[in-house]
Write a protein that binds this ligand. Structure first.
Ligand code: NAP
Length: 332
């Protein structure tokens, strides 16, 4: 029996936004378990991050089959914490997982076949100790498998009762519209798209957000802080415990160029004038677009999550601030 009792006022601390035209509302900030929940990470730190999230009204935890390292370990560690602390709150949580990237050897452990997706979700449910997930995603487009097959697999999974809703990630606007049409025909509940979006990577503004709005589908945007670049952490060099200093991560020191840091420093000054951290301003900047349902942050420390959650205290921008930000970014 868990000793964890969630803060009673957790729902007063967060704001929620409707996900497209669905019945689901998501917190403005959600928590991703891509990093910091694997076997090489500190288990108690991971547990404290999850508790801090839920204590602040973050009801959505996002996983994938291959989060770790090693692959599968984030789901396994989440499963242990879930069993000990969160089981009693299952109906207050939206838990998602995905398949689409490489997971096991051979031709059936990658991309978008019916065989891969159905087997992978069964494995994920076992690792997490869950009967079902709330959202199951196809993690990336598969250029060789028909959308009919991949969307058919998502439909089957919902009919099996193993996922309540489905989503897709990293799909173009065009493929999203095609997927939506197939899923509509099948009457599969297509809840959400998970694209990469932040101040420095704005591809979604070029059609995808319009398509989602038109189709009544929500969005949850990943790497909102450009993996940490859009914070003040790299302003004075590369801290030894940062993602950029971690071997095998998708961020390396060569991406943190003097040109990037010049922009970040100028953005940081605007954030300071708003009495916000840069991380908070970067999250608020994404949420100013109501087509963004939720911002999916990753954190390595409880203090980072607490910092990011304070974003909701100041979500508004004036015209002057927005113009200054555009002048710095030069990427519209
Ligand atoms: N669908 C997909 O293909 C896909 C791909 C990638 C991610 N995702 C999802 O999106 C989630 C978030 O992605 P992400 O981890 O790249 O997001 P992110 O929020 O852009 O970056 C997270 C990193 O930024 C740093 N950070 C966060 N808050 C901070 C703060 N307040 N002050 C200073 N540093 C801070 C931490 O880095 P340090 O480790 O340096 O402390 C943290 O690990 C993932 O967990 C996953 O669920 C999905």
């Amino acid at each position: 029996m868990s000793k964890y009792k969630a803060s009673e006022d957790r729902y007063e601390k967060m704001q929620y936004r409707r996900c497209g035209k669905s019945g689901i509302k998501l917190p403005l900030l959600s928590l991703g378990l891509w990093h910091n929940f694997g076997d090489k990470d500190d288990f108690e730190n991971a547990r404290n991050i999850l508790k801090t999230a839920f204590n602040n009204g973050i009801t959505h935890f996002d996983l994938a089959n291959n989060y770790g390292p090693p692959y599968g370990s984030a789901e396994r560690n989440f499963g242990k914490i879930f069993a000990e602390d969160f089981k009693q709150y299952r109906d207050e949580l939206i838990i998602s997982t995905k398949a689409g990237w490489d997971m096991w050897p051979g031709p059936y452990g990658n991309f978008g076949s019916r065989k891969y997706l159905i087997a992978s979700l069964d494995q994920s449910l076992k690792r997490m100790g869950l009967d079902y997930v709330d959202i199951f995603y196809h993690h990336r487009p598969d250029p060789e498998t028909s959308l009919e097959e991949t969307m058919g697999a998502l439909d089957h999974i919902v009919k099996q009762g193993k996922a309540l809703y489905v989503g897709i990630s990293q799909y173009s606007a065009k493929d999203t519209a095609k997927a939506a049409s197939i899923l509509r025909e099948q009457k599969t509940p297509f809840l959400i798209h998970q694209p990469r979006y932040n101040m420095m990577d704005r591809w979604v503004e070029d059609g995808l957000l319009n398509t989602l709005d038109h189709e009544g589908i929500g969005s949850i945007v990943f790497s909102p802080l450009e993996q940490g670049i859009l914070t003040d952490k790299y302003l004075n060099g590369i801290p030894g415990d940062s993602r950029a200093a971690t071997k095998g991560s998708y961020l390396d020191e060569t991406q943190i160029t003097p040109e990037v840091i010049t922009k970040v420093r100028r953005l940081n000054e605007i954030a300071q004038s708003r009495n916000q951290s840069l991380a908070q301003m970067a999250v608020a900047w994404l949420l100013k677009d109501k087509r963004v349902t939720s911002v999916l942050v990753g954190v390595s420390k409880v203090s980072q999550l607490e910092d990011n959650i304070k974003t909701i205290q100041n979500l508004n921008f004036n015209k002057n601030e927005l113009e200054k930000i555009e002048e710095i970014l030069q990427n519209k």
